[in-house]
Design a protein around this ligand. Structure first.
Ligand code: PHE
Length: 336
């Protein structure tokens, strides 16, 4: 091998030419210059050389080692220099890329505001399932068997006995079955109706239900609670009115209207020229419902109310198309 000192130097040169990065260079260093590398191996063999040969071979070997080392060092520093040139091409003065920071959806904001007002009035939050029994959604709430709302057109039935709840009122039944009066509960959640999607209706939307059951609860308390809510939510100076209405699960029943936010009561397209906007349904819990849910109607009375969260957010913010809530258009969402 000692005879090949020259050709080893040539091999090293060839290999060095193929090197593109520090990793490849390091592989070559290990092959030639490490403790078990080719050059060290040659020095090892030098021990066995004859006395006469040793000085010449030793000289040649030293020269090989020095030149290999030198070429290695040169290439290494030139690779390092290039890569630092590469990084100096980054322009630190360029402005950064802006990140879009998300925000709470307007429906979430609306619901949170409602919840916090009702919490202030002494209500706690309960939730029920979206897949509900026909019994809780209709029968327990005093809907007659032939009530049109059970019709396939309005209700998504899953089986004959189970459906996607059409309102949050079945949660009233669940709460009364679980909790002994006094009960003061609000129950927000998703509801489903088999309706054509338009600017005014979606087939999935949200409601918030309220229920108060205790001894001697009166309609006056119902009105007081709802007026207090509306003043906090829509503003102190709002005008309101209660209109008689009908729901199978409340008796008597009413709907609450507030002055139209757009025309201030003068009459416009949004309020259908009445000057009023309906914001919720309410009434005294029907004694049949109390009984169906295991509450003694001789001992307790109660009131209930329910309102749509999309509808409320529409009215409050002057939005005219309910579909905007689900389209996830950033230009719409970022306004709130
Ligand atoms: N559940 C009724 C609806 O979906 C609203 C309501 C709730 C009315 C409670 C009276 C009492 O329209």
């Amino acid at each position: 091998m000692l005879e090949n000192i020259d050709s080893i130097g040539l091999d090293f040169d060839t290999e060095l030419q193929g090197v593109k990065d520090l990793k490849q260079l390091e592989e070559i260093r290990i092959k030639y210059l490490s403790r078990n590398g080719i050059v060290a191996g040659l020095f090892e063999q030098l021990k066995n050389a004859s006395k006469e040969e040793k000085p010449r071979l030793g000289k040649e070997l030293n020269a090989l080692r020095n030149s290999v080392q030198e070429k290695f060092d040169n290439l290494k520093s030139s690779i390092e220099e290039n890569s630092s040139e590469e990084s100096s091409k980054i322009d630190l003065t360029l402005p950064g890329r802006n990140r879009i920071i998300g925000s709470k959806h307007i429906l979430v904001q609306t619901l949170e505001e409602m919840k916090s007002i009702f919490k202030g009035l002494g209500f706690s939050v309960f939730e029920g399932p979206e897949l509900e029994s026909d019994y809780n959604n209709f029968t327990a709430l005093n809907f007659p068997l032939d009530h049109p709302a059970r019709d396939m057109q309005d209700t998504f039935f899953i089986t004959e006995d189970f459906l996607l709840r059409t309102h949050t009122s079945p949660v009233q039944v669940r709460v009364m079955q679980k909790v002994k009066p006094p009960i003061r509960a609000i129950m927000p959640g998703k509801v489903y109706r088999n309706e054509a999607v338009s600017s005014r209706s979606l087939c999935v939307f949200h409601q918030i239900e309220g229920l108060y059951v205790d001894k001697d609860v009166t309609f006056a308390e119902l009105k007081g609670t709802l007026i207090s809510f509306a003043r906090q939510f829509y503003g102190k100076d709002l005008s309101y009115r209660f209109r008689p209405s009908f729901f199978p699960f409340t008796e008597p029943s009413a709907e609450m209207d507030i002055t139209c936010y757009l025309c201030k009561g003068k009459g416009c397209r949004i309020c259908k020229h009445t000057g009023w906007l309906e914001i919720l349904g309410c009434g005294m819990v029907d004694p049949n419902v109390l009984e169906n849910a295991g509450v003694d109607p001789e001992e307790f009375t109660g009131y209930a109310f329910g309102m749509g969260i999309e509808r409320t957010a529409l009215l409050k913010n002057g939005i005219t198309d309910i579909r905007l809530f689900v389209e996830n258009d950033y230009r719409f969402l970022k306004q709130f």
